[in-house]
Design a protein around this ligand. Structure first.
Ligand SMILES: [Mg+2]
Ligand SMILES: [Zn+2]
Length: 172
């Protein structure tokens, strides 16, 4: 059977308004910026995943339960728009935990790809931060930067730059 293509989505600042860090349960989707784009990607046959750094957990700002609740809320909101998130992972660690999963490390992408039989070379990461782009490069997927935050200095050149997820039709 042919391997599946996937889009690995960053959560905070890409799917969800990140102006209220740390994003608590009930965080607002960037509705007008994402729904059409995600639908388009899904119709093109891409499986959708979320990969998110949540060092708030190891820093004591959010509990694991609160983070899971936020993910479930995001997934439920997307589902009301017929958008299906196949699976997600988050990294609870901070830098000096030296885990394999915290972006820019590729651990979360590689784990999901293995579990769901994903063709990495024909898949994408979408994120609003340098670390997302670097994680994508480290995992061997194509990289898309969204201009949905205020970070202006990038050390990793993304393959594509889009204003927000709704512009993903330009890339896929
Ligand atoms: Mg982000
Ligand atoms: Zn980690």
């Amino acid at each position: 059977m042919e391997k599946k293509r996937a889009i690995f989505l960053d959560k905070d600042g890409t799917l969800v308004d990140s102006s209220m860090y740390p994003n608590p349960p009930g965080s607002k989707l960037l509705h007008n910026d994402i729904i059409n784009g995600l639908r388009y990607a899904q119709e093109k046959g891409f499986e959708l995943f979320i990969v998110s750094n949540q060092s708030w957990i190891s820093k004591g700002k959010l509990t694991q339960e609160e983070v899971i609740e936020t993910f479930e809320s995001v997934i439920a909101q997307l589902k009301t728009h017929d958008i299906k998130i196949t699976d997600y992972l988050f990294c609870p660690h901070k830098n000096d935990d030296y885990c394999h999963c915290k972006k820019p490390r590729p651990g979360m992408i590689l784990e999901l790809a293995k579990k769901h039989d994903i063709d990495l070379a024909n898949s994408f990461i979408v994120g609003d931060f340098d670390e997302d782009i670097e994680a994508g490069k480290n995992a061997g997927v194509k990289t898309i930067l969204t201009l949905t935050n205020t970070q202006t200095h990038y050390t990793n050149k993304p393959d594509f730059i889009i204003k927000n997820l709704n512009e993903i039709w330009r890339v896929l």
